[in-house]
Design a protein around this ligand. Structure first.
Ligand code: ZN
Length: 288
């Protein structure tokens, strides 16, 4: 199943158009994606009937940000083997977890404000949690995953690395619009191999990142299990699974986004994102 959000309303995506889930279910599910995620198990039982409902719109309207109500957003560093090599660092022995604050959630289309001159791109596969829980085993993990979506983990490297021995990952990656998600939520059964999902991104038409989640150090089920041993997962929580090689930080010299640059992010069945970079307000009022 593929789904999206238009004007805050959860929509199923079928070949002939979009199905508004709230209307199709006579008000039982939705209209928000958060409501559907909180009732995910019942929603899946009803899904075959909902998929046969009349469509209300053409597919083209599917440009909104997917999630706005996530309570927790987890991100994982150095989780692609090739990216760890590029960084010159050994493969991690446990997932390296930080957070992006949910106020950074944004739209898959539109402008990206650059608050500093060191904003980098990081294409990622995002896991969207359906039924939450604690102490979920790797075998149980898939039952807690509503689906996948495409993400960018935009990162202001100067803010991220400030602080020396205590780098500020969470703040450096949480400016406005630094976590665009979408345009589609896709259930794992749609993929030929749910552990081999291609993602990539281009800057000004030049391909910078291209990989597959088959290169993950800790796969999706392991991440869900690991996190849930420590924190409770809630419906709508997001887990960013890491970025492959090819970020601007890894270039010689490091190369970051400039006003006028265009970032196009590709996710096959997950859809595409496009962001037009514009100058933003500097975070500390400096004009350097
Ligand atoms: Zn990342």
């Amino acid at each position: 199943m593929r789904a999206t959000v238009v004007d805050g309303r959860f929509q199923l995506v079928v070949e002939r158009g979009l199905i508004d889930v709230h209307i199709a279910s006579s008000g039982r599910f939705g209209p928000s994606i958060d409501d559907v995620l909180h009732n995910w198990h019942d929603f899946l039982l009803e899904l075959p009937i909902l998929l046969a409902a009349p469509t209300h719109r053409a597919q083209d309207g599917a440009t909104d940000g997917l999630l706005t109500g996530s309570r927790q957003v987890f991100a994982v560093g150095l989780n692609y083997r090739q990216h760890a090599l590029e960084s010159g660092l050994p493969l991690p022995t446990v997932p390296l977890v930080f957070t992006k604050y949910p106020s950074s959630l944004g739209s898959p289309r539109g402008t990206l404000e650059l608050p500093t001159d060191a904003v980098d791109w990081e294409v990622e596969l995002a896991v969207v949690v359906g039924p939450g829980g604690r102490n979920i085993t790797p075998d149980e993990a898939w039952a807690h995953i509503a689906g996948f979506c495409l993400a960018q983990d935009y990162s202001a490297r100067d803010v991220q690395m400030a602080g020396g021995s205590a780098p500020q990952f969470s703040l450096g990656k949480s400016f406005r619009g630094f976590l665009p998600l979408g345009p589609f939520l896709v259930t794992p059964d749609e993929f030929a191999d749910r552990n081999d999902i291609p993602i990539g991104c281009s800057v000004n038409g030049v391909l910078r990142q291209s990989s597959s989640t088959a290169d993950l150090v800790f796969d999706v089920a392991e991440l869900v299990a690991y996190l849930s041993r420590i924190v409770e997962l809630h419906p709508g929580d997001v887990i960013l699974t890491g970025t492959p090689s090819g970020v601007g930080l890894g270039m010689r010299p490091p190369t970051y986004l400039r006003p006028g640059d265009v970032v196009e992010t590709h996710g096959g069945m997950l859809g595409d994102m496009r962001h037009d970079c514009v100058a933003g307000d500097p975070p500390f009022g400096s004009t350097s």
